[in-house]
Design a protein around this ligand. Structure first.
Ligand code: ASP
Length: 342
């Protein structure tokens, strides 16, 4: 984790490099800006929050881009591409754990302040699903493309097909096959989905998610992460929220959309995340998934207040702002893994 001075120094260097390398924003379709910017405290802009430890390098890249006045969607894409390309992160992109057939299948989505969304699910063979999701937003009349169709679209946009199953993930999959038990364990060690929420220099909200989903899932399984309203949701007048954890539980409760709705009704990000985690607990306490259930939310409101909350211990998120740089924060949680209430 960088300290502040280090971070600012690196950010400044990065800005010079990036501005030299990049042309104008690569947004190819005009997105109308209806000037939905609300009154965000100036000192809180820009602000980035991202799930888990891999949020740190992702935030750092997104920060550089935002400070360089790149469009928020480009900045989010650039940040999320870092964990996607890192084979040591076993729950996102290249090197992610495969499904039970040994196939790495990816889910991602992105959303801007005008509620434009792009999403891909069950996508194989493409290193950067977040970039394909952005292309869906920009270059199609749709929100979501899936499976073979998403792959065909990616290829038509110039993406290149690659093998995403690393030797390490293949080995783990072969080991898993010996017992073939499906039991997702969601904690800091195996990282998880990266979900990122941003307030840009103009005070507008946007966000993105990318994941290889639950390890050893059934072939064809899609989690919450590419589903707008489940894994990610934002309303530029209110706030933004994103999820990590057992996608099935998040989908059943329309998790991120509900967190945003609670903020609309006046709850703080913390209160909103907590209430939805409580709701998920109440809906699942007698469910077969309860034994290994973990869900966590992060949320950000228009004033730059943010929070995270999880069902069980072990969730954290990365925060990046001008005041304190880029750092991790552990979230509060409802219960420990041995089911003791906090
Ligand atoms: N939510 C993701 C999924 O269910 C995984 C995770 O974040 O742990 O696919």
């Amino acid at each position: 984790m960088s300290d502040r001075r280090d971070f600012i120094k690196k950010a400044a260097l990065g800005t010079i490099g990036i501005s030299a390398l990049m042309g104008c924003g690569e947004i190819s379709r005009k997105i109308e800006d209806e000037s939905m910017t609300a009154n965000v405290n100036n000192q809180k802009k820009p602000l980035i929050i991202s799930t888990w430890n891999h949020g740190i390098p992702a935030n750092e890249e997104t920060w550089k881009q935002l400070k360089n006045r790149k469009p928020a969607l480009d900045a989010i894409e650039a940040g999320l591409k870092i964990p996607e390309a890192d084979p040591s992160i076993r729950s996102v992109g290249y090197g992610g754990f495969p499904d039970r057939e040994g196939k790495v299948t990816l889910d991602a989505c992105i959303m801007d302040h005008n509620s434009n969304c792009g999403s891909v699910s069950f996508l194989e063979g493409i290193m950067h699903p977040i970039s394909v999701a952005k292309k869906v937003l920009l270059n199609t009349p749709h929100v979501m493309l899936s499976g073979q169709g998403a792959l065909q679209f990616a290829l038509s946009e110039g993406f290149v097909e690659e093998n995403l199953l690393t030797e390490a993930s293949k080995k783990d999959w072969e080991k898993w096959l010996e017992e073939s038990k499906y039991k997702p364990v969601i904690n800091i060690e195996n990282h998880d989905t990266i979900s990122m929420l941003v307030i840009d220099e103009d005070g507008n909200l946007s966000g993105g998610c990318t994941t290889s989903g639950a390890a050893w899932k059934m072939h064809g399984r899609v989690g919450d992460s590419p589903i707008i309203g489940a894994g990610l949701f934002l309303d530029n007048e209110v706030g933004a929220a994103a999820a990590t954890g057992l996608g099935e539980a998040v989908i059943r409760t329309a998790g991120s959309a509900m967190v945003v709705e609670l903020m609309r009704q006046g709850k703080t990000p913390f209160e909103a995340c907590k209430e939805i985690v409580e709701r998920i607990y109440n809906k699942h306490k007698y469910h077969k998934d309860m034994e290994y259930l973990q869900v966590g939310f992060i949320a950000l409101n228009k004033n730059g207040e943010h929070a995270g909350y999880s069902l069980r211990s072990g969730f954290n998120y990365a925060i990046c702002d001008e005041e304190k740089g880029n750092r991790m924060e552990d979230t509060q949680f409802k219960m420990s893994w041995d089911n003791k209430e906090k």
